[in-house]
Design a protein around this ligand. Structure first.
Ligand code: F6P
Length: 536
């Protein structure tokens, strides 16, 4: 933790000592107003922190720590475009993408005008495609869109397209080509008709090798149908901060939608990177998504620490990680529409906060991000919940559920929600409580309980609440980075692997090694090459 948080850290260590033998359920008896004081609501999201292993004074102390970490000032700096990503000298202004400042000359800032202009171009494209004014090269209307992108240029649009399946209009069917694995390419394109398929090459840098290779293969696939360069112009659009590279690739400049260096990849779904969402469900749905995120932004910006939903969620995570010793936490949505949420949050949280060097370039002496993982309820109950109930590790959980469902039969939804609520209850109380059948004599039948969880619910999951939910996790991630004293907006750790893979690829092509390999690596290269000898 930041050196100036020492006093707060030792106070919270003391609190942690106090809960060593405490029962979460016991706090409800000693704290009659616990539920009210641990429940926060904003922008349609309800967060119940009451089933965490902490007493109310601990939550207050955590809010004080957030205050001392300078969350308010840092938040203002982020929203006003300060260069808070200091290792890249960039702003992190994703919140500007969902600020509904009127586009046009009267906009307050050039950035807002640019954002508005690109959004208007995007709206026009979506309208033309969905109304059939813009068609494929042979005159057929588009039916499918393939997003070619990876990481932040993939996970957000994939999550939203799937989550918003009942919203707005039924537009194009979206497919996501992310992995360089040729098997993924085959799986996706083999069912598609080139005449009715639109490709979106989504890459902030336009340099990501997976995306470039997939885009080249898509071009070749399309060329087998129509080889004319004009066909590419009809069937390819790009979203990138590197317009030159996209043009060199052969994409017509009117089909290139810019993003900016002040939008981090994993925070970019609010930009034109979100175009598959709009193509899939309509521009109004995309605007609702932005509006939901903006509502959460306003709450985050203006609420005091103790009433601030992303702040308290972040601090509860800090408590579990840094004071109770949790090494991971699980995200368990009880909603098929959120099946990609754990994947999305893995990049958001672990790429942002998986760091071990402080803002001041010192090695951290405390833990930063825990491992984020998860899966869908109820499936997960029949897979890894055994460990959550009876394993030796402390694994806090975020349960997420929509209380109403637009079309699931009532019997199904009742059972789904009953399971979600029951799991949170059972993990806290265990089987020795009066709730369940009498305590079993066999120790292996007992579930000890006292397993912390947070319960996130929305009345219904729509574009607005999805936007708010994602923005909540973004701000949670930011707040945690402030307490951990790290930069949430760079990702230098992913560079080494890219570099090493490129030189191994050169070796596959016959180049001499650029470095001596250890025996294990050398043997793997040799085995691969002997099984895949080149004939050309
Ligand atoms: O390698 C990690 C990363 O840089 C992510 O941060 C980013 O979201 C992803 O690659 C894709 O990058 P790009 O949009 O530039 O292709």
């Amino acid at each position: 933790m930041k050196a100036d948080l020492d006093e707060h850290t030792s106070k919270l260590r003391h609190h942690a000592g106090n809960v060593a033998d405490a029962r979460i359920a016991g706090f409800f008896e000693t704290e009659p107003d616990r539920l009210q004081r641990t429940t926060l609501s904003a922008a349609g999201i309800h967060l119940d922190l009451s089933k965490n292993l902490l007493a109310l004074p601990t939550l207050d102390a955590l809010a004080e720590m957030a205050d001392a970490a300078g969350v308010a000032a840092a938040t203002n700096a982020m929203f006003s475009g300060a260069l808070i990503n200091h290792t890249e000298q960039r702003a992190a202004l994703h919140t500007a993408l969902r600020n509904p400042d009127t586009p046009g000359d009267e906009s307050p800032s050039p950035k807002a005008r640019e954002v508005g202009d690109v959004r208007q171009r995007m709206a026009l494209l979506v309208d033309h495609i969905l109304t059939g004014q813009r068609r494929g090269y042979s005159g057929e209307t588009f039916t499918d869109v393939v997003n070619i992108g990876i990481g932040g240029s993939h996970l957000g649009p994939q999550l939203a397209c799937d989550a918003l399946r009942y919203e707005g209009q039924a537009g194009l069917t979206a497919h996501f080509l992310a992995n360089v694995d040729g098997g993924e390419f085959e799986r996706i394109v083999h069912r598609l008709n080139p005449a009715t398929t639109l490709f979106v090459v989504a890459s902030k840098s336009f340099a990501t090798v997976e995306t470039r290779l997939n885009a080249r293969s898509a071009k070749t696939w399309l060329a087998q149908w129509r080889a004319e360069p004009a066909a590419i112009a009809h069937h390819f659009i790009a979203v990138t901060a590197n317009v030159d590279k996209a043009e060199q690739f052969g994409i017509a400049s009117e089909n290139i939608f810019p993003i900016w260096d002040w939008v981090g990849g994993r925070y970019s779904m609010w930009s034109a990177i979100g175009v598959p969402i709009a193509l899939c469900r309509g521009m109004d749905v995309f605007r609702d998504l932005l509006a939901g995120a903006h509502a959460m932004d306003k709450h985050f910006l203006s609420s005091p620490m103790r009433a601030n939903l992303p702040v308290m969620m972040a601090m509860c995570g800090i408590w579990n990680t840094n004071f109770l010793g949790a090494e991971s936490y699980a995200v368990i949505p009880y909603d098929d529409r959120l099946r990609y949420l754990p994947d999305y949050l893995q990049q958001l949280e672990m790429e942002s906060n998986g760091k071990s060097v402080s803002i001041g370039n010192a090695g951290l002496t405390h833990h930063s991000a825990p491992v984020t993982w998860g899966g869908l309820g109820t499936n997960a109950q029949h897979a890894f919940f055994q460990l959550l109930h009876q394993g030796t590790r402390l694994i806090p959980i975020d349960f997420i559920v929509a209380l109403q469902h637009p079309c699931a039969p009532r019997q199904h939804h009742d059972m789904l929600v009953a399971n979600c609520i029951a799991q949170a209850e059972g993990l806290m109380n265990g089987s020795n409580s009066a709730l369940e059948n009498a305590p079993s004599i066999d120790p292996h039948r007992q579930t000890p309980g006292n397993r912390p969880s947070s319960f996130i619910s929305v009345d219904s999951l729509d574009a607005h609440t999805l936007g708010a939910l994602i923005a909540m996790y973004e701000h949670k991630t930011f707040v945690q980075s402030l307490v951990w004293d790290i930069n949430a907006f760079d990702q230098w750790g992913v560079e080494l692997g890219k570099h090493l893979a490129n030189s191994i690829l050169d070796e596959f092509a016959g180049a001499p090694p650029t470095r001596p390999h250890d025996p294990s690596t050398a043997a793997l290269l040799e085995r691969y090459l002997s099984l895949n000898s080149r004939t050309e």
